[in-house]
Design a protein around this ligand. Structure first.
Ligand code: KG4
Ligand code: ZN
Length: 367
């Protein structure tokens, strides 16, 4: 009697490998694929942002939903409100990114998400969203450090840029001088001892009654002011480290004294004086580090790298050293998904994908 059809089959049992193992296999295959498209999501603070990036360098879509209006009422980011707004906006920014690129999920090879540092609730919304998408679409997920993302924004604006370079990372939470000898390799050579540059700008802006977020508004106002109006103390910090709390306190005290005397604050002059003090310090140490380390290229990254004076002064410093300066275009300086997609591509090339156990890491360090 003839065997039934199923009884004649032979070979290995057809059980799919566990998810994480299958993702590693897929990632391995993607490493040699000519064109890799990554859908990335950024939710570490108050921007819900999605992007589609090709080979780490080409922006196919870049959608940023800013929550500024939601937080402006409170004068700063309210973590709980940020998390809720991310939950509502994640799907929308991803859909919009696909629409802008004229793509569907079928055209996406891998997913990426910021896993830290940042607000824990905000990070968790993005990480959960992308883990779910990774499982549902059966596509690898790449975890990205937010600061690494900021540095990688330079690869999008300058397709010719390759490591090694020295990078000044200045954002709301970080002020770092980082040596980047290769993709994904970072050597921290200097950092702030207290406030981050962006944080100092925001606090100074608040004293001048500028609406949140104050940094960009203080920068704009400073363009019309006299930077010599108020002399602020210069921090004496060893090596390539920074300190902004002394100049911030001196600035706040001067403003409060004027207010107590009933004087009207010359806001533009005060903004210009504070901006000059911060920028002089940032540029001074960056220039010193470039000279001492013999850096051949300098880059800048993070929200504060949008600062007009900082861009001008860093350019002048690099010109005097005879080295090129790379800066992200303004819209890629502040938080966005494109920078996460760029960083993710180089992680993918190194085979670094996330397991489904990936969690938010609010205090994640760059190195
Ligand atoms: O990188 P980012 O968008 O978020 C963080 O990762 O922190 O940086 C936001 C910070 C805020 O403190 C904001 O006030 C500051 O960057 N910022 C500026 C300017 N644009 C943004 N600070 C000074 N001048 C600007 N033009
Ligand atoms: Zn940022």
């Amino acid at each position: 009697m003839q065997n039934s059809k199923s009884a004649l089959r032979s070979g290995r049992a057809r059980i799919q490998p566990p998810f994480d193992e299958r993702m590693r296999e897929k990632t391995e295959a993607l490493r040699s694929q000519e064109k890799v498209r990554i859908l990335s999501l950024e939710t570490s603070c108050d921007e819900t942002a999605a992007a589609i990036i090709e080979n780490g360098r080409i922006i196919r879509a870049n959608i940023v939903f800013s929550q500024i209006d939601l937080h402006a009422l409170y004068g700063g980011v309210v973590p709980e409100i940020a998390s809720r707004a991310h939950v509502e906006a994640c799907d929308r920014v991803i859909d919009e990114a696909l629409r802008e690129a004229d793509m569907s999920f079928d055209n996406i090879d891998a997913l990426a998400v910021t896993c830290g540092p940042g607000l824990v609730g905000a990070l968790l919304t993005g990480v959960s969203c992308m883990k779910g998408l990774s499982y549902a679409l059966d596509k690898p997920l790449i975890p990205v450090n937010h600061i690494e993302g900021h540095i990688s924004a330079n690869f999008l604006t300058h397709p010719e840029l390759e490591p090694p370079f020295l990078c000044l990372v200045v954002s709301g939470g970080h002020s770092h001088l980082v040596n980047v000898p290769d993709y994904g390799v970072y050597e921290l050579i200097g950092q702030t001892m207290d406030d981050a540059a962006g944080e100092a700008f925001d606090k100074a802006a608040r004293v001048l009654s500028l609406p949140y977020p104050g940094g960009p508004k203080l920068d704009q106002l400073a363009e019309e002011g006299n930077p010599e109006y108020l002399k602020l103390p210069h921090p004496h910090v060893e090596g390539y480290d920074y300190s902004f709390s002394g100049m911030k306190t001196a600035f706040l005290n001067s403003c409060h004294t004027m207010e107590m005397k009933g004087e009207e604050l010359p806001k533009a002059d005060l903004a210009a004086s504070f901006r000059k003090a911060v920028v002089d310090s940032l540029v001074g140490k960056a220039k010193l580090a470039a000279k001492d380390t013999g850096a051949k290229k300098m880059a800048m990254a993070g929200g504060v790298s949008a600062n007009r004076l900082l861009r001008r002064e860093m350019q002048a410093a690099c010109d005097s050293l005879g080295i090129p300066l790379y800066m992200p275009e303004i819209k890629l300086c502040t938080d966005n998904g494109a920078m996460i997609g760029s960083a993710a591509y180089y992680r993918l090339l190194r085979g670094e994908t996330a397991a489904l156990t990936l969690n938010a890491m609010p205090s994640l360090r760059l190195v």
